[in-house]
Design a protein around this ligand. Structure first.
Ligand code: ATP
Length: 359
């Protein structure tokens, strides 16, 4: 991926009356990157995308595309096609006519139009449906037509708003890899809005997590997973093991349920402050015996147990009500006396405690 900025949001605010849907957004999107914008319903994802497409005007701030301000550029003059969940394919045109449509609007001649449309049908493996009506296609086939229709104009950037949410789980996974391969192969910048963590993390180079119109964190899936910045992000990603306390002069996070060692840099910076830590549950140990160290463990009561595939998850509650989750193999979990109310020791690796910024 080249490090060249394609889109810049500079201090962009969007208000609807008194309501602020997007709060001062600063974001750079690189050329050729797959960027996912993720967050719960109503957090401002679609509004952000619509501003980029020219379907909403920012109330304040500037959006640039390829270095040029585009705030005042009408939608049809922007090179920012959009694929929606609802697809908006034209029901009165057949498959190939739908794909040709944007080329026709741009004044491309009939012969070239047909050739380019056929090429995209082939690429999306839907050539056999060229003359079918849209109503005679399955959900997955329609998705491919919608993609072909957007990509036939060879845009620099493609905006996708929950494009897979209408598909069943199996097809969703298949279309995820179609999209990801296509994006890599063509090197087109994708901006992909979704509320699904698995979709965003599976496909994107970088993820923007939004809440209530505000960006909570931007980073690669791994960065975000390994180091969630705020409690919102940690909880949104489904993290448990979130403990609040005070950082001692020795740099330990002292909480009502146990004392945790912090990474050196954090320990130094946070001495004497209140802090919230999330202990990443990558290698949590569960046992009946008290661990030898006085750090990085707590006692918790079993609340329940769940089995899925190769692993089992035990849900526990610490003495202050904090939720703890431990995932391990059936074999490991099977060795323990798991029953509701049973007290067990939960211990973590010292390097897995990560401090959240003050919300
Ligand atoms: P979802 O996942 O539900 O689509 P979203 O994160 O995409 O949510 P947006 O559609 O961007 O959310 O909406 C952000 C907020 O702005 C919501 O509270 C919504 O009700 C509000 N909003 C969006 N469009 C308008 C509008 N035209 N007029 C007034 N309020 C609006």
């Amino acid at each position: 991926m080249t490090q060249e900025t394609l889109v810049t949001f500079g201090g962009v605010i969007k208000r609807f009356g008194d309501f602020v849907a997007v709060q001062r957004l600063d974001l750079e999107i690189q050329k050729g990157e797959f960027l996912a914008i993720m967050g719960s319903s109503g957090c401002g994802k679609t509004t952000t995308l619509r501003m980029l497409a020219g379907l909403e005007a920012p109330s304040e701030g500037q959006i640039r595309l390829g270095g040029k301000p585009i705030n005042d550029l009408p939608t049809w003059q922007r090179d920012t096609p959009m694929v929606w969940q609802s697809l908006a394919l034209f029901p009165f045109l057949n498959v190939i006519e739908n794909v040709e449509f944007a080329l026709k609007m741009r004044g491309v001649g009939a012969k070239e139009r047909r050739q380019r449309a056929e090429n995209w049908l082939e690429r999306m493996q839907i050539s056999e449906f060229a003359t079918r009506n849209i109503s005679q296609l399955s959900g997955g086939q329609r998705q491919r037509v919608a993609l072909a229709r957007s990509l036939v104009v060879e845009p620099e950037i493609l905006l996708l708003d929950e494009p897979l949410s209408a598909l069943d789980a199996h097809l969703k996974v298949r279309m995820q890899s179609v999209l990801q391969n296509l994006q890599r192969e063509l090197g087109i910048t994708f901006v992909y809005v979704t509320h699904s963590q698995s979709e965003a993390f599976a496909m994107a180079d970088r993820v923007v997590i939004m809440s209530k119109g505000k960006v909570e964190q931007i980073g690669t899936p791994q960065e975000i997973y390994r180091a969630p910045k705020t409690r919102f992000v940690a909880e949104f990603l489904g993290s448990s093991n979130i403990f609040s306390g005070r950082v001692s002069n020795q740099g330990m996070l002292e909480t009502p349920i146990g004392t945790f060692r912090l990474p050196e840099a954090e320990a130094e910076r946070r001495k004497g402050q209140n802090a919230t830590g999330v202990v990443l549950d990558t290698r949590t140990e569960l046992g009946v015996e008290k661990p030898q160290s006085d750090l990085n463990f707590t006692v918790a009561k079993v609340v329940g147990e769940e089995f899925s595939g190769a692993t089992a998850t035990v849900y526990l509650e610490a003495s202050d009500g904090s939720e703890i989750r431990v995932q391990n193999s059936h074999e490991e979990i099977g060795r323990l006396p798991i029953a509701p109310g049973q007290e067990l020791y939960v211990s973590w690796r010292p390097e897995d405690t990560h401090v959240l910024s003050n919300d």
